[in-house]
Structure formats: C-alpha cells, structure tokens
Design a binder for this molecule. Structure first.
Ligand code: ATP
Ligand code: MG
Length: 317
C-alpha cells in the first residue's frame, strides 16, 4: 500500500458567485520516498489539494467527499488530536508565504527548537542544539542563528522554513511554489537544499511548481492537473519525452526548453474554463485540437496506457 492514497477527493468553494469545483474527483497515490510533482495552470486546484491533505481547507471551502489515506489512516475523518500528531510526520511548507509563516517576534532558532519540542521527547537544551544543527544544514549558521525574521532576506526565510520542516524529520514533505518570485541563484540554492534533505532522509514529497525543469530535476513522477481534474500521471522522464494527454503536450510545448535544442515557445490557445460551470465531458475539449464529439458528451476515465495514467478519449480504444 502506498504511503499516501487520495481517492475521489472533492473540494469545493461555496462562494456568492457559485460553487467553485476546485478539486473534483481526484485520485492519486504517493509511495514511500517518492517525489511527485504537481503541475498545471494557475487556478487548477494544486494548492487546494495539498490544503486538504493537511486539513487546512477553511470556509468557504469544504471537503465534500473522498478519502485521504496516510499510512493506513484516513485524514478526512481523523479527530483533531490524531491530526495534531500527524502534522509532525506530514509537513507542508508554502515557500511563497515564508514571510508570513514565520513569527516576527521570535528568533528563528527559537522557532525551530519550539517545533522540535512539539514533536519529540527531548529537553529544551537538546531542542536548542538540534535547531542550531538544522540551521547549519540549510546554510544558516554563525551570525544568523540568533536573528529575527526581519533580519533575513527572502531566500534566507525560505531556507529557514526548510530547516523548520526538516527539524521534524517528516515522512512526508509538501512544498508549494518553491521557486516563484525569487532570483535564479537563490532558486538554485533552495533546490539544492531540498535535494540534499531528500537524499538524507528520503521523505515522500509533493512538489508544486510552475517550473518544469525543477520537476524534471527533483521528482520521480508527475501528476498533471487541468481545471480541478487529474488528467495524466507518469514518470517525470516519460512525461517529458512522451506526454500523452493533449493538455500535457500543450503544457510541455509551452515551456521553454532549458537544455538541448531551442523549442518554439507556444502558448496554449484559449483560457482554462470557469470552475463554477466547467464544460461537460472532458474539461479540456474546448481547447483541444483533437476534440471529438464524445469528448463533449462523456467524461474520460483515467486509464493506464504505456505506463501512463491518462484521462483522454484518444486513449480509450
Ligand atoms: N479561499 C478560497 N475561496 C474561494 N475560492 C478559492 C479559494 N481558494 C482557492 N479558490 C479557487 O479554487 C480554484 C483552485 O485554486 P488553487 O489555489 O487550488 O489553484 P492552484 O492550482 O494552486 O493555482 P496557482 O498555480 O495560481 O497557485 C481557483 O479557481 C481559485 O480561485
Ligand atoms: Mg497554488
């Protein structure tokens, strides 16, 4: 059994404009030590999925159905005390909001040792020492260890978030939006940090980013989402070399190749649909150059084809 199994997850937001079907019947799994990349255009439901995994969905959002089985237990029906304990094993960092996630009134080292104390049976002194080690691991040491968040640069704050997460030795790490809005040198350093930590304690991971090169470098497998649905899942290598869903093809075509031959950058014609009234059938058909009648009439089920899991009528024969 996989470490994490998400089955038919449904998370909707009940807004005044209507019900936003942000995550609509999504299933996938993550094995022990596997790193799964989650990609798809802005607003397709990536953050909503990981919020549900951490039970962070707040009104107007609601988890309407499905199961999230972590280590044999269902997160959806777990009581608050079980969930509190689980948060030490399963940790989510949204690096984009590192700024807000750190307590401005407490030195960073104190925040890490507090986190360690929450989850481990150690003395205060041990936690304090361990916090220092974690900071050194992410390249923050010496003069930095007593600093308050406002004395840290953006990249240092993100590194501190990684240190806090690593302090708990999680079985599962969720990283949302690692590289957006940062300069490339810091991006590189943070990525190296994540990869080092991964090599060290092999947690399972879900990695959300808009940068396909980062996924190729860090993830074993990739899940592609479109408008609240999972449309394809495959190994990272196979998804790049042989994307099967027309949306995955378009997404990869649209991404500038960072190595090898120069590809013509193509944008995907049209825009993602409203998640209040999504198209019937396949949600991608209005933008799909292979669309057939059946695509509008019937939603394609996820099927296995050439080692990929794909939801497309082209693969259903
Ligand atoms: N708190 C909220 N209230 C109402 N609607 C929301 C809320 N959070 C997200 N949504 C809507 O749910 C849909 C999915 O949003 P989500 O943030 O999960 O997308 P995403 O894939 O993470 O996008 P991005 O790549 O921009 O981070 C979007 O249509 C968004 O507008
Ligand atoms: Mg997001």
């Amino acid at each position: 059994m996989a470490l994490l199994e998400v089955e038919n997850l449904k998370v909707h937001y009940f807004t005044q404009e209507g019900v936003i079907k942000a995550v609509d019947d999504v299933s996938f799994s993550v094995e022990k030590s596997e790193a799964l990349g989650l990609i798809g255009e802005s607003g397709c439901g990536k953050t909503t999925i990981v919020s549900a995994l951490m039970r962070f969905v707040k009104p107007p959002g609601r988890v309407l159905g499905g199961k999230i089985i972590f280590n044999g237990r269902d997160i959806v029906t777990m009581n608050d005390e079980e969930m509190r304990l689980l948060r030490g094993e399963m940790i989510s960092i949204s690096l984009q909001s590192a700024q807000n996630a750190l307590n401005p009134l407490m030195p960073i080292r104190g925040q890490i040792s507090e986190k360690i104390l929450e989850h481990e049976c150690v003395t205060k002194e041990e936690a304090w020492e361990s916090a220092k080690k974690q900071l050194e691991l992410v390249g923050l040491s010496g003069d930095n260890i007593k600093s308050y968040p406002h004395e840290f640069s953006g990249g240092m704050k993100q590194a501190a978030m990684i240190a806090i997460a690593a302090a708990c030795n999680p079985k599962f790490l969720i990283v949302d939006e690692l590289v957006t809005g940062l300069d490339v040198i810091i991006q590189r350093q943070l990525l190296t940090l994540i990869n080092n930590l991964r090599g060290k304690w092999r947690p399972s991971m879900i990695f959300i980013t808009h940068d396909l090169a980062v996924i190729a470098e860090t993830c074993d497998n990739v899940a592609v989402m479109y408008a609240g649905k999972l449309v394809e899942q495959a190994s990272a290598v196979s998804l790049y070399e042989n994307p099967m869903h027309p949306y995955s093809q378009a997404l990869i075509q649209a991404y500038p190749s960072t190595r090898g031959e120069k590809k013509q950058l193509r944008s995907i014609p049209g825009a993602p649909p409203s998640l209040i009234n999504p198209p019937t059938g396949c949600r991608f058909y209005p933008r799909c150059s292979y669309a057939m009648d059946v695509c509008q009439e019937m939603e394609p089920a996820l099927k296995e084809a050439d080692g990929h899991i794909v939801a497309c009528h082209l693969m259903q024969e």
